[in-house]
Design a protein around this ligand. Structure first.
Ligand code: ARG
Length: 454
């Protein structure tokens, strides 16, 4: 493509070092889409005759079909997807093919290809997130009345509905949806027509190109346009955060699947055995999800590091943007799909959660609240109940079974109703503020998500 200036062949090692076709072939559809529109813009600019434009577009479509069939041979010698497509086009249709790159550089070409590709990729990830949200809501709905201990510091804290716990992840995933949506919106401006750095003397109608390619507008600075990869960083950051959410969910699942908790039963299809220990049933999906979060973070840091020292404008370093992007997209895609499948096939063990939640200490705060309602300052109430908890711990008598006399001695406001304070459904029903886990609230959030995700 640049043989005019050079006499010798490139070193074989440089060819190996500099090629990107082994991974950027994935951009073929979007590269061709950009070129189809660009040919039309060249025709409008009077550079191509209608016949030449038609020949180019016909050739590009043939190439696309061939790649789709798996018949297209990519050449490492031709470095990247742009040159592979262009060289084959010119081989097929001759002279008109050699006009396609007029006023265009691979610098603005890769910038537009990437935006087109990522726009579709983001839409696909968003569909996957919705599907996982549906799986979470479905799982919650199958155990709507299940109550379990909620934890802080991984210590039993207060009772919650299992559905409330799962819906916390639905909220997290919804913020991921928002971040991905923001990224897609901000990214959706056309860089094509920026040339290598300073636009072109050829009058390319960029507004026309933007309309053809479904962009909301055109970039306003050619130097920024060819070197900007903010959108790639934003996407990698959004995927890293989404991975962090999935990793936290995984940690819960792994704990719940342990014999110590025994809250969840994962299906045989979504667990693995041990080559040594016959009894093992391992939650590999959750463990690998937690592990793969490392590469999602790594890919973000890799790209940020590539970008931090770049002088204006395009530098070849930018070619290093693709593998982190593809890797994070592939990782999140498979993880989200598999997670939804695993949750659809999982079930909770109500006997185990009921045993755990019967711990009366989970309602110690409610005892204090009872005193507060009678006018006792909260700090005093906290101390009074703390003493009773201490008695229970020392004597081994469960908090709810301490003698009534001991309660009355602790506070005159512990009347004959103490028993009632240990009723979990009553305790949950009293948590009525928006966001708190009363059954009414949890049911209404389930309804909200069901209709939103329908
Ligand atoms: N393969 C290159 C990339 O991914 C395309 C742009 C190359 N531009 C250049 N002037 N060498 O960034």
């Amino acid at each position: 493509m640049w043989k005019g200036r050079f006499t010798g062949e490139r070193s074989d090692l440089l060819k190996q070092f500099g090629e990107s076709i082994s991974f950027d072939w994935r951009l073929y559809k979007h590269d061709i889409r950009g070129s189809l529109a660009y040919a039309a813009a060249l025709e409008r600019a009077g550079i191509l005759t209608p016949e030449e434009c038609a020949a180019i577009q016909g050739g590009l479509r043939e190439i696309e079909a061939e790649v789709e069939r798996g018949d297209f041979v990519f050449h490492t010698d031709l470095e990247d997807i742009h040159m592979n497509v262009e060289a084959e086009l010119t081989r097929r249709i001759g002279r008109p093919g050699a006009k396609l790159h007029t006023g265009r550089s691979r610098n603005d070409q890769i910038a537009v290809d990437l935006r087109l590709y990522l726009r579709d990729a983001i839409a696909a990830v968003r569909d996957r997130i919705r599907a996982l949200q549906r799986a979470l809501v479905g799982f919650a709905g199958r155990h709507e009345d299940l109550v379990m201990p909620g934890y802080t510091h991984l210590q039993r804290a207060q009772p919650v509905y299992f559905a409330h716990h799962l819906l916390a992840y639905v909220e997290m995933l919804d913020r991921d949806m928002g971040r991905l949506g923001d990224t897609a919106r901000r990214m959706n401006v056309l860089p094509l027509g920026s040339g290598a750095i300073a636009g072109s003397t050829i009058p390319i109608d960029r507004e026309f190109l933007a309309r053809e390619l479904g962009f909301d507008g055109v970039t306003q600075n050619s130097m920024d346009a060819v070197s900007d990869r903010d959108f790639a960083c934003e996407l990698l950051a959004a995927l890293a955060i989404c991975g962090m959410h999935l990793s936290r969910l995984s940690e819960d699942v792994i704990l719940w699947a342990s014999a110590e908790f025994g809250f969840i039963e994962l299906s045989d299809q979504h667990t693995t055995g041990s080559s040594l220990m016959p009894q093992k049933k391992n939650p590999d999906v959750a463990e690998l999800t937690r592990g793969k979060t490392g590469r999602l973070y790594g890919n973000l840091i890799a790209l940020l590091t590539v970008l931090k020292g770049l002088p204006m404008t395009y530098n070849r370093d930018l070619q290093e943007d693709k593998e982190p992007l593809f890797d994070s997209l592939d990782t999140i895609d498979l993880t989200l799909a598999l997670y939804a499948e695993m949750l659809d096939a999982a079930r909770m063990d109500p006997a185990r959660t009921a045993a755990a939640v019967s711990d009366p200490l989970l309602l110690a705060t409610d005892l204090a609240d009872h005193l507060v309602r009678k006018g006792v300052p909260f700090r005093d109430a906290h101390g009074i109940v703390g003493k009773l908890v201490g008695e229970s711990a020392r004597s081994g008598v469960p908090l709810n079974e301490l003698p009534a006399a001991m309660y009355r001695e602790a506070s005159e406001f512990f009347d004959e109703d103490v028993e009632k304070l240990f009723d979990i459904p009553t305790a949950l029903a009293a948590r009525k503020a928006p966001g708190a886990p009363s059954s009414v609230n949890v049911r209404s959030r389930l309804e909200h998500w069901r209709s939103l995700l329908a």
